[in-house]
Design a protein around this ligand. Structure first.
Ligand code: AMP
Ligand code: MG
Length: 299
């Protein structure tokens, strides 16, 4: 049959979205509709090109993540999530990494008054719940794709950024991912390598209360998250420390001056998740209309 493989991947994607939504609703989360245009978005220092459009006499950024909206939304609801489309104009050569699209969707979630540890435990439960849903409901699809899913148990192993660097060198993600026998957490990133909104550990200056989850089998990063800076003075100091223009972040600073609650959360890329579960060579296979850096698209 034509398009058998494409149909199998779409079916798995659909089960991933449904299972994740079920799980989060049962855990007391409220789903937000995504925000696609905003006066300010995630700085993402690695992404140099900016996707901005002018309308109504002002500039609107295509959202690179909903980080600031999540921090604002937990004022209203204790636990929120969104399937959030992101546009990130990654370098053209990243089209070949197998992991990058310039339009993708992340499941972005945030919890008021939560610690990193609580969010990591929630991430493990979500990951295992979705994996079991795919195993149970996508037997035919996995067989067609030639994918045998392993089984894991929580808690997942954990290494610090420093330990990972000592073991595998500066660019440790790929090697760590290749050698890992289960999803592995990387915690405690140094302040210089992450964005300003990840909270600095008050007891260990220069170390952040953040984390990545890395897939086994060489599939690389699954998610990034952490506790957040929420006090206006601290946010401003971090913006300045990174050499960013505080004026550009005025909307966030104003919100923080009004009062933002402490929160923690993460964003997990859907295409990478499905790529891992299906054992695919490239995230492009997850989308019927993939946006691959450096490549044109028919539709
Ligand atoms: P970040 O906050 O930058 O770590 O992004 C959150 C998650 O989105 C990552 O952990 C990835 O799973 C996913 N992601 C980030 N950038 C891309 C991209 N260019 N293409 C596909 N997925 C991505
Ligand atoms: Mg990341």
């Amino acid at each position: 049959m034509a398009y058998e493989r494409e149909a199998a991947i779409l079916e798995v994607t659909s089960v991933v979205l449904g299972a994740a939504r079920d799980f989060l609703c049962r855990e007391g989360f409220v789903e937000l509709l995504p925000v696609m245009l905003a006066p300010v978005t995630d700085p993402l220092r690695h992404t140099t090109d900016r996707a901005i459009l002018e309308a109504y006499g002002t500039s609107w950024h295509l959202t690179r993540s909903m980080i600031f909206h999540k921090q604002a939304a937990v004022r209203v609801c204790r636990r929120i999530f969104s399937f959030s489309p992101n546009v990130r104009l990654e370098p053209a050569e990243w089209g070949k990494t197998g992991r990058h699209l310039f339009e993708f969707v992340q499941l972005d979630l945030e919890l008021r008054d939560a610690t990193r540890q609580e969010v990591m435990a929630l991430g493990e439960r979500l990951f295992l719940y979705v994996m079991e849903a795919v195993r149970a409901r996508c037997k035919g699809e996995l067989e067609l794709l030639g994918r045998r899913l392993p089984s894991f148990q929580a808690p997942f192993p954990k290494v610090t950024y420093q330990q990972a660097k000592e073991r595998y060198g500066e660019d440790f993600e790929q090697k760590l991912s290749q050698e890992a026998e289960a999803p592995v957490w990387v915690v405690d990133f140094p302040i210089e390598v992450r964005e300003f909104y990840d909270r600095e550990d008050p007891t260990r200056p220069g170390i952040l209360l953040d984390m990545d989850l890395v897939y086994p089998e060489g599939y690389g990063e699954a998610l990034s998250g952490g506790e957040r800076e929420h006090e206006p003075g601290r946010i401003l100091a971090r913006i300045e420390r990174q050499g960013l223009d505080p004026k550009a972040y005025r909307p966030l600073l104003s919100l923080a001056e009004e009062g933002l609650p402490p929160s923690a959360g993460f964003g997990i890329g859907i295409e990478r998740w499905v790529r891992y579960l299906c054992g695919l060579a490239h995230v492009r296979e997850v989308r019927l209309f993939p946006r691959v850096p450096g490549e044109p698209s028919l539709l």
